[in-house]
Design a protein around this ligand. Structure first.
Ligand code: AVI
Length: 336
């Protein structure tokens, strides 16, 4: 039973005997889900406390802005995680094991996943992301440089469900979920996703995951409100994406970027604040925003290592190893 369609690889060149495949789960029989998603997006915008799920950040421009965020001096997450991998690569590789299928969740430009190919020598590399625009060129590039690996791209929204079981074989699997992306889920949803990953590990498998740690609120606020305004542009751009999806008429320039650390909830929150009173047409309805009214666009939860290890255990993982940088700013876990 085909639940999805294999689509031609736009702009790609088949360079390996095995080639690479891009599977798009948002097309064909799954279109009704896209309609449900639009309905949920509209409901969120019309609700008294307006919200947009963070998955809508990632149109082509949003992906490029996120790549730029990862280079910012204030955004310590990416380089700290990279430093942990560089410092412990051999030890981590020995614990994880080679010759597995490697599932890069939220792969984006696949740069982080690619950095593990030499050490882990995966048989198969499955890049999973909501943004086809990010993984298409990445897979074309990877297939050139690693002809020994079989590459597959799956374009899917795993904030709903991780429907990639059909792409896995029964060999050992390493799931890779870097960048503290798990922090963009509410804790109960994070538990749900971790449990699904655990179920997909079959008999032999594990999860290598990077997670940000709570720290000084001013430092966290700066990481999500940088001096150059790149994160502000990333946040506002979600309104461009919503306009493209819904035909709404948000003016991104009429909303200010707001980011702060909510200590009690252990999360950074991002909002868009209406700079003046305004009316926005959304799917045949009108939403009036008062000056100062906010649209909640993202939570980024931070976990101390004992808390995150407990979450992994609740999801059914055991044998949890943790690596951190010297300052304890970020943590990497491998759980089987
Ligand atoms: C993708 N995710 C882990 C980022 C984060 O840190 O929560 C998204 C982001 N939002 C603002 N800056 C980066």
């Amino acid at each position: 039973m085909a639940q999805y369609a294999t689509i031609p690889f736009r702009g790609g060149e088949r360079v390996t005997p095995s080639g690479y495949r891009l599977i798009n789960r948002m097309i064909g029989p799954l279109r009704p889900q896209a309609r449900l998603d639009s309905a949920a997006l509209i409901d969120g915008l019309l609700a008294p406390s307006a919200a947009i799920p963070p998955k809508y950040f990632y149109d082509a421009l949003g992906c490029a802005l996120f790549d730029a965020i990862c280079e910012l001096p204030e955004y310590y997450l990416t380089r700290t995680e990279r430093g942990i991998y560089a410092a412990h690569r051999e030890t981590i590789a020995a614990v994880v094991g080679q010759d597995r299928q490697f599932i890069d969740l939220g792969a984006g430009n696949c740069a982080k996943g690619e950095s593990w190919i030499a050490a882990l020598q995966p048989r198969r590399f499955i890049a999973v992301d909501i943004a086809a625009a990010a993984i298409e060129p990445a897979l074309a590039r990877l297939a050139h440089s690693h002809p020994e690996v079989e590459f597959t791209g799956v374009v899917t929204d795993f904030s709903r469900t991780l429907d990639i079981g059909a792409e896995l074989d029964h060999g050992a699997a390493t799931f890779f979920y870097p960048g503290s992306s798990i922090g963009n889920f509410a804790p109960d949803d994070a538990l749900g996703l971790l449990s699904q990953i655990r179920d997909l590990c079959f008999r032999r498998g594990g999860l290598l995951i990077g997670v940000d740690v709570p720290k000084d609120g001013a430092r966290l606020a700066a990481a999500y409100d940088d001096a150059l305004g790149v994160t502000a542009a990333f946040n506002r751009n979600v309104l461009n994406h919503v306009n493209a999806l819904l035909g709404s008429d948000f003016d991104p320039a009429a909303f200010a970027h707001v980011a702060f650390y909510n200590v009690a909830a252990s999360r950074v929150e991002m909002h868009l604040e209406a700079s003046r009173a305004q009316r926005v047409a959304i799917a045949g309805r009108e939403r009036v925003f008062a000056a100062g009214e906010r649209i909640h666009t993202e939570n980024s939860y931070k976990y101390a290592p004992p808390e995150f290890a407990a979450l992994l255990r609740r999801a059914g993982f055991a044998d949890i190893a943790v690596w951190q940088d010297e300052a304890g700013d970020f943590a990497v876990y491998y759980a089987e």
